[in-house]
Ligand binder design. Structure first.
Ligand code: ATP
Ligand code: LTN
Length: 335
């Protein structure tokens, strides 16, 4: 008789606690994470080691870690179903990252667009961690033998380098790491800034009107959408040269599930004002229950600590197996 014991695929993803979680993070990544929990073995982390590649103010950084953890719980990450820990609590990540640094070339790291963007933005602090950011990210993923990595489109290049590192290592030592696939949603994978729709929406943007956070009050959300940059066409239609409207249509479509044709029909003969109001209202309603749950979780630090400690213990055990295997293959003598 056929046995129904197929191995559940492993999903790994992480987010930096570098500020307040944005609508871009939510639609591009977090919404998919919580939806994947029944079908896959999911492992999620706060990538706090990655965060110090950009200088952080200690008190604010600590606050961001708690807030990001509470936000993800509020988005539906369920520690009964998935592991959800803080990267710095599991020491294998930094250890494997060092090893992978020695199997990654200067040239390939130099080609990373995130490195180029961030070193231009933080020209006074182009540190070695910013440069080797992708090898730590590769370690995160490879330690858990992940099959799938749900991320926004901006992380595709980092997934490619992860695959290259894994294949190179496997080529030298046999099958140590599973080679992961990116999982990029068809809609919402690249939410753009509301102020400059040619740039991605980012939580570290200086212009707060460019992004919506999951903690913004409804009136703030409505105001930011009303101010969103569009064009002089005054016609709700997806098309070239209409970056602002295209972005608003994508947001509306991702939340309501309506196609672009349905949206064009819905707003036929109506102006941008009506459309912006509708998008704002859809976002407010989508985020309302998340905000309510966040307000509960953030009050209970003891509960969050309990959750992340339990997950970190399991993650430590699991990831240690992969780290040991890689070290042995290289020739290290384990204690
Ligand atoms: P920072 O501004 O500090 O670089 P970020 O807002 O880009 O941060 P990350 O923590 O680096 O956020 O990313 C977390 C997840 O959110 C990743 O999977 C990333 O691909 C996704 N993501 C980030 N920005 C967007 C966006 N504008 N649209 C869709 N997905 C996004
Ligand atoms: N670099 C990612 C955050 C991140 C990540 C990971 C994502 C760190 N480690 C592992 C997926 C898998 C970012 O979103 N900027």
């Amino acid at each position: 008789m056929e046995q129904a014991t197929e191995r559940k695929k492993v999903v790994f993803s992480a987010i930096q606690p570098s500020g307040t979680v944005t609508l871009g993070n939510y639609l591009g990544a977090l919404k998919n994470w919580s939806a994947m929990q029944d079908e896959y073995n999911c492992i999620f982390a706060l990538a706090d080691l990655h965060t110090i590649t950009v200088r952080q103010e200690p008190a604010q950084f600590r606050k961001n870690i708690y807030e990001a953890y509470a936000t993800l719980l509020a988005c539906g990450i369920d520690v009964e179903k998935s592991l959800f820990f803080v990267q710095s609590h599991v020491n294998t990540h930094a250890q494997l990252a060092w090893v992978l640094n020695c199997y990654t070339q200067f040239g390939e790291l130099s080609r990373m667009t995130q490195f180029k963007d961030k070193s231009a933005k933080h020209a006074d602090n182009v540190n070695a961690g910013l440069f080797t950011y992708p090898t730590l990210m590769a370690a995160d993923i490879l330690l858990y033998q992940a099959d799938l990595v749900p991320v926004g489109a901006d992380q595709k290049q980092h997934l490619e380098i992860t695959r290259n590192i894994a294949e190179r290592f496997n080529g030298l030592y046999g099958n140590v790491f599973r080679v992961p696939e990116p999982y990029i949603a068809k809609s919402g994978a690249r939410v753009m800034s509301l102020q400059d729709p040619t740039k991605k929406m980012s939580k570290s943007d200086e212009n707060v009107n460019g992004f919506i956070t999951l903690n913004d009050a409804p009136e703030v959300i409505m105001k930011k959408f009303k101010r969103a940059v569009t064009d002089s066409d005054a016609c709700v239609k997806y098309g070239e040269g209409k970056d602002g409207i295209n972005n608003l249509m994508s947001i509306y479509s991702t939340i309501t599930g309506k196609t672009f044709e349905q949206i064009e029909l819905e707003f036929e003969g109506k102006g941008y004002g009506d459309f912006k109001t509708a998008v704002g209202e859809a976002v407010v309603e989508e985020l309302r229950p998340i905000k309510e749950r966040f307000d509960q979780y953030i009050k209970d630090k003891a509960y969050m600590q309990e959750c992340w400690t339990k997950s970190a213990e399991t993650a430590q055990r699991f990831s240690q197996r992969t780290l040991d295997k890689a070290m042995k293959k290289i020739g290290y003598v384990l204690k």
